[in-house]
Design a protein around this ligand. Structure first.
Ligand code: COA
Length: 143
């Protein structure tokens, strides 16, 4: 059974675990500071009570930034990412958010396709943004 639940700091190990098995974006310390940031919500997608996806969104006034979005490898291409993104968008609309933004590596063509499906448009780039020297593509979706 599928459900969606906000995660608090006590579950930081589970966040780190999922991240380590997917995109390895943050260390435990970075996850900690993410939880401590103002306006941040960490939300999990559960399959039979196990976390299979997580997003992290930071809200500032009427704008929300997606800082993290990942689905566990074995569960990809089954519509779970879309399910979680639809939920994220619905929650943002409830909060009267007008603009959703995110950064994605220019090398991540799967994520680009995914975000394109949800009508995120490219609004800029940050040169040499990632450790491997790749650029970050800035995306925006007006709600
Ligand atoms: C991007 C990601 C979240 C998509 O999750 P998912 O559960 O596989 O997505 P869905 O099954 O809902 O697919 C939705 C759409 O995304 C695109 N897509 C997803 N995986 C794809 C792939 N391997 N190749 C091409 N397009 C793909 C397709 O347009 C797909 O629609 P379709 O099934 O109608 O063709 C997942 O691949 C992931 O976690 N990647 C690693 C983390 C990441 O890159 N996050 C984003 C950067 S911050």
């Amino acid at each position: 059974m599928i459900s969606i639940k906000e995660i608090d700091q006590k579950k930081i190990e589970l966040c780190y675990e999922l991240d380590s098995s997917t995109i390895c974006l943050w260390s435990k310390k970075q996850w900690q500071s993410e939880f401590n940031r103002r306006g941040v919500k960490v939300v999990s997608l559960l399959f039979d009570r196990k976390i299979i996806g997580i997003y992290v969104v930071q809200t500032i006034l009427d704008e929300a930034q997606i800082n993290y979005f990942s689905i566990k490898k074995n569960f990809r291409r089954k519509g779970y990412g879309s399910y979680l993104m639809r939920y994220l968008i619905k929650e943002c609309k409830k909060l009267n958010i007008k603009r959703l933004i995110l950064e994605v590596s220019e090398t991540n063509s799967i994520a680009e396709t995914f975000y394109f499906k949800f009508n995120f448009l490219t609004v800029g780039t940050r040169k040499n943004y990632y450790r491997d020297g790749s650029d970050a593509v800035l995306k925006e979706k007006k709600l």
